[in-house]
Design a protein around this ligand. Structure first.
Ligand code: NAP
Ligand code: MG
Length: 475
């Protein structure tokens, strides 16, 4: 296990003497402690990154691509070890953690292929007198701030294209999950990433950490994944230096089931969209709209599937839902369930916390939820499925879009034309039609409205980490 800061290719304790406890949410035990980065450590990391980036940008795309390919290989070779580490500090079931490692690694393979295809262009100005040359140099030093819900993938989804494009990174993993971040960085260094390109500085003081990163003149970009609330704070701070930003923020995904849907497939898709990774995903189905004709049967089947979900320590065999990340999460989930019930919802299954040392909540289905209930306006971030019945399609679409978020949405119907037409009317960056999972490094991930700015993955992902330079030339 790596428990120090990684700055300029060296593992150091940093200038703070206190350390950060990392706990196992399944039982509350302290797993270990990690070094606690100070603003001075952040400054040192930005400087190391700046020095390394200048050399890295001179390395040819093919050679950079081959380093990325080696990064993919090493993450795959260490998948079991990394998955256990993710489950230990995050709590998600081991099978989900393995899925996360595969997804995390794939960003390196995909971006190794994109690295040699960062295209520019040349065109002739309309006057015919000038040539317009456009190129995409690296942006420089990138600050990354990442959440705890995907301790590996939320880093690699940024880091792979960042390195591929010729940049360096200074990374703040979430305080709850620094161990995976540190071990991933360790493996990537071992795979041949030059010293100084990846700096990992956990901290217990995010605000001061971020100020030190933003105030350094070498920092050129901030790439953030986390809540919309924190995203707004970071955006305001980035304005002081007019930094380039990429923001992957919160979600409030509607999941729509039309009455011509195949109930079995719709329930299976709902379970995937709701429950993967212990129901702590930004794309999680948060509001389930079911057409009246199918609502009774669908809700009963969903209730059975949720009631049968095995909840417990993610390291144990057969567990399908692990603990929530901390006690704050549990009280937020309980509060939302209680408020839905006080607004008239019925508990079909679950509804309570589970006793014991860990932070567990029962897989829960609520029916008869009002489309305007408090629970429909907030990200539940837990195993709770609020079911809302609809009859009028336009009214339902109005409710589905009545949120400041616009990350993900899901539609289930046996009529593909209806599914696609509905997808077009939903204000979300990603819509699954008869699919409960859509994350794919080859597809553009990101949100509309207050769910974010920019896209990760696909071909556009690497350009987020590039500048655009136009050279006017005539000859
Ligand atoms: P969060 O509370 O917003 O925290 C995200 C990161 O920001 C953490 O590293 C956190 O550090 C840091 N942070 C908090 N306050 C900060 C400040 N004032 N200055 C600098 N950094 C600060 O989110 P979370 O609870 O970790 O993750 C859950 C949220 O992330 C959900 O809203 C989810 O939807 C969203 N998410 C979005 C995507 C996406 O791709 N759109 C993907 C995954 C998650 P500390 O907590 O250590 O202080
Ligand atoms: Mg923890």
């Amino acid at each position: 296990m790596r428990e120090q800061l990684l700055i300029g290719g060296k593992w150091i304790d940093g200038s703070n003497s206190d350390r950060i406890d990392v706990t196992n949410p399944a039982n509350g035990d302290v797993i270990t402690t990690v070094a606690n980065g100070s603003p001075a450590d952040v400054t040192a990391a930005v400087e190391a990154a700046a020095a390394a980036q200048v050399e890295w940008a001179k390395v040819g795309p093919r050679e950079r691509a081959e380093v990325l390919r080696a990064c993919w290989q090493t993450l795959i070779d260490h998948a079991d070890e990394l998955a256990e580490l993710i489950t230990l500090e995050h709590g998600k079931p081991l099978a989900d953690a393995k899925g996360e490692v595969g997804y995390a690694a794939e960003f390196f393979r995909w971006n190794s292929e994109e690295t040699v295809r960062i295209h520019g262009s040349m065109s002739v100005a309309p006057s015919g007198n000038n040539k317009i040359i456009v190129r995409h140099p690296p942006v420089g030093v990138v600050t990354m701030v990442t959440p705890w819900n995907f301790p590996a993938a939320m880093i690699t989804r940024k880091l792979a294209p960042c390195l591929g494009a010729g940049n360096a990174a200074v990374i703040k993993p979430a305080g709850e999950t620094p161990l995976t971040a540190l071990r991933v960085a360790d493996l990537l260094q071992g795979a041949g990433v030059p010293d100084g390109l990846i700096n990992i500085v956990p901290t217990s003081n995010s605000g001061d950490w971020f100020d030190a990163a933003v105030d350094h003149k070498a920092t050129r970009m901030v790439s953030f994944t986390g809540s919309t609330e924190v995203g707004r704070i970071l955006l305001r701070r980035c304005a002081d230096r007019v930094l380039k930003v990429a923001m992957e923020l919160g979600g409030n995904a509607p999941l729509i089931v039309f009455d011509d849907a195949d109930i079995e497939k719709a329930v299976e898709g709902t379970m995937t969209a709701k429950m993967r990774h212990s129901a702590e995903t930004c794309t999680a189905a948060n509001r389930i709209f079911v057409e009246a004709g199918i609502a009774g049967d669908y809700t009963a089947a969903l209730g059975e599937a949720m009631a049968a979900t095995k909840t417990g320590n993610g390291l144990e065999d057969g567990i399908e839902c692990g603990p929530m990340i901390n006690e704050r999460a549990i009280s937020s989930i309980s509060g939302l369930v209680d408020s839905a019930v006080s607004e008239g919802a019925t508990v079909v299954t679950g509804g309570s916390t589970l006793d014991g040392a860990g932070h567990f909540f029962e897989p829960t289905v609520l029916s008869g939820v009002s489309p305007t209930a408090a629970i429909t306006h907030e990200e539940v971030f837990g195993p709770v499925a609020p079911v809302i019945t609809f009859t009028d399609h336009d009214e339902m679409i109005g409710h589905a879009n009545d949120t400041e978020m616009g990350l993900a949405a899901y539609v289930f119907t046996e009529d593909l034309a209806k599914g696609l037409a509905t997808a077009e009317r939903i204000e979300a960056g990603m819509v699954g039609v008869n699919r409960g999972a859509m994350s794919d490094p080859a597809a553009p991930f990101g949100g509309m409205k207050q769910s974010g700015l920019g896209r990760e993955g696909a071909s556009e992902g690497i350009y987020e980490f590039c500048e655009t330079q136009y050279i006017a030339a005539s000859w």
